[in-house]
Design a protein around this ligand. Structure first.
Ligand code: HEC
Length: 117
């Protein structure tokens, strides 16, 4: 075996470990994603960017994929608390989590809401 290919055998696994170590936290579940799942938003909403798929089978229950449209966090907070309506409709489910979780969810959705590549 030539010297360079042996080096390669060492470098690749080392690089993979380093990538996993450094990239890990960035890709790890976001606080907002954790809250989204904890609050069971993923029952009714898919989030394709995060590979979350809505669990309900019924199309009537299901909400739009999120982040559907750019919504600022104030709108989202008020809408989920049913203080405001969306095109004359209240949100399907009243929010019962904490304000901190709701903020984390809103920030997470805003972060994901980037134009498709
Ligand atoms: C029981 C099913 C259900 C659950 C659980 C649920 N939603 Fe919804 N959601 C809907 C439906 C249906 C709509 C669309 C009709 C409406 O506005 O109520 C909707 C609409 C929305 C919209 C507006 C989308 C848009 O821009 O038009 C947002 C944002 C949203 N939901 C976020 C959430 C978040 C965050 C959670 C978790 C805290 C959650 N939803 C939990 C069913 C659900």
């Amino acid at each position: 075996m030539s010297r360079s290919s042996r080096d390669y055998l060492l470098i690749v696994p080392t690089a993979l470990v380093l990538v996993a170590l450094f990239a890990g936290p960035a890709f790890a579940e976001d606080e907002g994603q954790g809250a989204f799942v904890a609050q069971k938003c993923n029952m009714c909403h898919s989030v394709p960017q995060a590979e979350l798929v809505a669990k309900v089978k019924s199309e009537k229950m299901k909400g739009p994929d999120l982040p559907a449209v750019a919504r600022d966090s104030e709108w989202l907070t008020q809408f989920l608390k049913r203080e405001i309506q969306n095109e004359g409709q209240e949100h399907k489910k009243e929010y019962t989590g904490t304000d901190e979780e709701l903020q984390a969810i809103a920030a997470w959705l805003a972060k994901l809401d980037v134009p498709a590549q």
